[in-house]
Design a binder for this molecule. Structure first.
Ligand code: ADP
Ligand code: ADP
Ligand code: MG
Length: 471
């Protein structure tokens, strides 16, 4: 078994990995850049090391991180999500220097990180992919020709894109002409690659993704699916497991497709195969070759600790489960509590958390690295807390979600929490009838009041008076 892991990440996912290590008696090493010196992941790890003053560069330097792993006698590196998690170079360096990379091989990362290569591999494996260009586009003329063939609307996408960026819908040839240079420039800036391709735009689809686990012995299983259709600007906000919107036959089919996809590329570790659904059609969209933000809800419905399985598999051990061992129960929802102002076009709202009170009680899980007094740095992702609820049925899960969101106190910054209360009360959400257009189609849900509860205002007032009179 792996004995010591360097965690090449920060924030809640670093804390999540440290927790899994601790439960398996694996030592953990945190890395931090200057703004994260007092971060929770630094406090919770067994050891911690600075990787520089620049807020981001240290988290993005494969050579520095692998060398640090060697110096600190770590036998493995866990990349988390974001940062270098889908960077084949880090995996390759690990392979070369004898450090275990907790994830699939560098070859698989490279292949699946390239969305057109991934589409090719899936087509070959008999997994249905969205109709689109064969590989990357040479120029706008080719884009126009392909679009004519598959029909508008089309999606223009960055081949190495991620995080919802580098994607534009084009409804007409004119829009395609305008967007073509834009996506190329976005892709170059954000991902360092100018490659783009075209896909048919599936109108009002469900985003359904399957969690898979694979070991080095050829065992591949799925842990059922998640419904991530509640998105803004192609980024997930609320995730649900299992999907309340698909049939048992679709569930079975999607799970099998995901396993087929993973087997086709000799996948190892945890991974996610993302699909778009419309009616009875299912299309492969992409594969994420890492732990995902929303792995938590799958853990809640199946009882499988996905990060622990990653650690076992990376140690060369077989999966603890066969497909027939995997059962799910109830519904889990994850609310991405982002430091953002939904009323102001989801603009980031970084700053000091003046007061934080964690929600709790039955069926509630919180994955976060914030605490009262924590100053959310502006350099990273705006997601600052994941609130996960679980209950035996859909209705109870919704009520628990409302109650837990109401429990939580997170002051000092604007967050998406109150907005989620609105979504939870909308009849289409309650009736499990929503798709990826839900957020865009319901701007009225942004018209809620941010006013705090009277008792809270009284408390704040009392505190202010006390502070004033005590000096
Ligand atoms: P998930 O599919 O798990 O929801 P996301 O796609 O939202 O994951 O990405 C998880 C994190 O990684 C986010 O912080 C996102 O901004 C970041 N991310 C994902 N892919 C990339 C990429 N190619 N380049 C930069 N950041 C990325
Ligand atoms: P990323 O790598 O940024 O996660 P994805 O390819 O997974 O990019 O797409 C992100 C989101 O964009 C999807 O969840 C979906 O809402 C939307 N999307 C992507 N491709 C299509 C498509 N062909 N038709 C309709 N929506 C799409
Ligand atoms: Mg995706």
């Amino acid at each position: 078994m792996i004995k010591k892991v360097l965690i090449a990440n920060r924030g809640e996912i670093a804390v999540r990995i440290i927790r899994a290590c601790a439960e398996l008696n694996i030592r953990s090493v945190a890395v931090y850049t200057e703004p994260d010196r007092y971060g929770l992941h630094v406090k919770r790890a067994d050891e911690s090391f600075s990787v520089g003053d620049d807020p981001i560069q240290g988290y993005l330097d494969p050579l520095k991180l692998v060398n640090l792993a060697l110096q600190t006698k770590c036998d493995a590196i866990h990349p988390g999500y974001g940062f270098l998690s889908e960077n084949a170079e880090l995996a390759r360096l690990c392979e070369r220097k004898g450090v275990t990379f907790i994830g699939p091989s560098s070859e698989v990362i490279a292949k699946m990180g390239d969305k057109t290569a991934a589409r090719d591999a899936m087509r070959e494996a008999g997994v249905p992919v969205t109709p689109g260009s064969d590989g990357n586009l040479e120029d706008v003329a080719q884009a126009i020709a392909v679009a004519k063939e598959i029909g508008y609307p089309v999606m223009l996408k960055a081949t190495s894109g991620g995080g919802g960026r580098g994607i534009r819908r084009c409804d007409t040839e004119q829009e395609l002409k305008v967007n073509f240079p834009r996506v190329i420039s976005e892709a170059t800036k954000a991902f360092g690659s100018a490659d783009v391709f075209l896909e048919k735009c599936i109108v009002d689809p469900l985003h359904i993704e399957a969690q898979i686990l694979a070991d080095g012995q050829g065992n591949v299983i799925h842990l059922y699916e998640r419904d991530c259709s509640i998105q803004r600007r192609n980024q997930k906000l609320i995730e649900i497991a299992p999907s309340p919107q698909i049939t048992p036959e679709q569930r079975q089919y999607i799970g099998e497709l995901a396993v087929r996809a993973a087997k086709a590329v000799d996948y190892q570790s945890a991974g996610t195969v993302e699909f778009l659904l419309t009616g009875n059609e299912v299309y492969f969209m992409e594969m994420n070759t890492r732990i995902q933000v929303e792995h938590t809800i799958t853990e809640q419905i199946t009882g499988v600790d996905i990060v622990q399985e990653q650690l076992r598999v990376a140690s060369g051990m077989p999966l603890r489960y066969q497909q027939s061992d995997i059962h799910y129960q109830g519904y889990a929802l994850q609310f991405r509590i982002n430091a953002e102002d939904p009323k102001n076009d989801f603009l980031p709202s970084f700053g000091k958390v003046t007061h934080y009170y964690a929600p709790g009680g039955p069926g509630v899980r919180v994955d976060t690295a914030i605490f009262t007094g924590y100053d959310i740095p502006p350099f990273y992702d705006s997601m600052c807390l994941k609130l996960i609820v679980w209950a035996l049925n859909w209705e109870d899960a919704l009520n628990r979600g409302k109650r837990a969101l109401d429990d939580m106190r997170l002051h000092g910054i604007k967050t998406t929490a109150n907005y989620y209360q609105q979504i939870l009360s909308h009849p289409n959400f309650v009736n499990a009838n929503f798709n990826t257009s839900f957020v865009a189609e319901h701007p009225e849900l942004l018209k809620y009041s941010d006013k705090r509860h009277p008792s809270e205002i009284a408390l704040a007032l009392a505190a202010a008076i006390a502070a004033h009179t005590s000096v």
